[in-house]
Ligand binder design. Structure first.
Ligand SMILES: Cc1ncc(COP(=O)(O)O)c(C=O)c1O
Length: 314
């Protein structure tokens, strides 16, 4: 394969200098200094695993959670870390209260792994999976919103939409969809795997019931860093895997390793998000600011990101 030439300066990254790496949306590359930070934290942990994991980690993760929440415009009580978007989506989909005759609504831009989860949940409950076709080019936010909302029925129990779709790069009008669904009493789960770091994300404004996002794509965190956001009305009922059994046992929940959303305030997978925040109090840096910020206005990767956002990008 021919080596790429004329690339922007990517010396902050460990990438092969001859490679034009365009797939931060699949697997984000992690800047070299973030990797160094990650190694330092891992070394700290291995010096005294019990001391670190039991005594230090919960408070460290609370601090990181507050930073990530601010970055996403969320209240921190609504965020838990998960290992990836798939796990976060599965947490919500598996707990959708579906009954025979109910509908789950998604679109034909849905990521295949999420579609498979939805199909499984619907089949198990004897419910229907409705797939709204969303045309391309979309013709604007109102057209896309209508393409989804016109498929709502009195039987719809959950709507699942992408924030930024993987297959098409389309940015969905989540705010509009969530507002109408709220009016009709239908919860909305947003697959935001690609959104954080690519778009400004303000979960407070978005109004979704559930939102899942990766930090290991465009935010440049080390792999296995993702979040699940849950709106206040669901926090008492949603149950999440609690990967840090120490905190679960504090709560008297051990050995179930599952606890209510509100009490699951830390997890090992949160470490990966933690690694991307420096030991000071800097917010997580996004791929765009790392790679494109001051270095190259004509950065090829940035234009790839712009192209992916489609006609409805802000
Ligand atoms: C839209 C979308 N949802 C979910 C996922 C799954 O993400 P993960 O592999 O981090 O679980 C991806 C992965 O690229 C994606 O593009």
């Amino acid at each position: 394969m021919a080596k790429a030439t004329g690339l922007p300066d990517a010396s902050a990254w460990a990438l092969d200098p001859g490679l034009a790496y365009l797939n931060h949306g699949g697997f984000g590359a992690t800047p070299a200094c973030v990797q160094a930070e990650q190694r330092d934290w891992q070394a700290d942990m291995e010096r005294n695993p019990t001391g670190f994991l039991v005594r230090q980690l919960p408070d460290l993760l609370d601090a990181v959670r507050a930073q990530v929440a601010a970055f996403l415009g969320a209240d921190e009580g609504g965020l838990v870390f998960t290992g990836n978007a798939t796990t976060g989506m599965q947490t919500v989909i598996a707990q959708a209260r579906l009954a025979p005759g109910d509908d789950v609504l998604t679109t034909d831009h849905c990521y295949p792994a999420i579609l498979a989860q939805l199909r499984r949940a619907a089949d198990r409950a004897g419910a229907e999976l409705a797939i709204a076709p969303v045309p391309q080019p979309a013709g604007g936010r109102a057209v896309v919103a209508e393409a989804v909302l016109s498929r709502l029925s009195p039987r719809t129990r959950l709507v699942v939409v992408d924030h930024v779709a993987s297959c098409s790069g389309m940015v969905f009008p989540v705010e509009e969809i969530a507002a109408e669904c709220r009016r009709r009493g239908v919860p909305v789960l947003v697959d935001g795997a690609h959104a954080a770091g690519m778009l400004p994300v303000d979960l407070g404004r978005l109004g979704a019931d559930f939102w899942v996002g990766n930090l290991h794509k465009w935010v440049c965190a080390p792999k296995a860093a993702a979040v699940l956001y849950t709106a206040p009305q669901w926090r008492d009922s949603l149950r999440v895997g609690c990967q840090n059994s120490c905190r679960a046992s504090d709560l008297g929940l051990y050995p179930q390793h599952s606890c209510s959303f509100a009490s699951s305030i830390c997890s090992y997978s949160g470490c990966s998000a933690g690694w991307c925040c420096s030991r000071g109090a800097t917010p997580p840096r996004t791929w765009r600011s790392w790679y494109c910020g001051t270095r190259s206005r004509s950065c090829g990767v940035r234009s790839a990101a712009r192209n992916r956002t489609g006609p409805t990008a802000p």
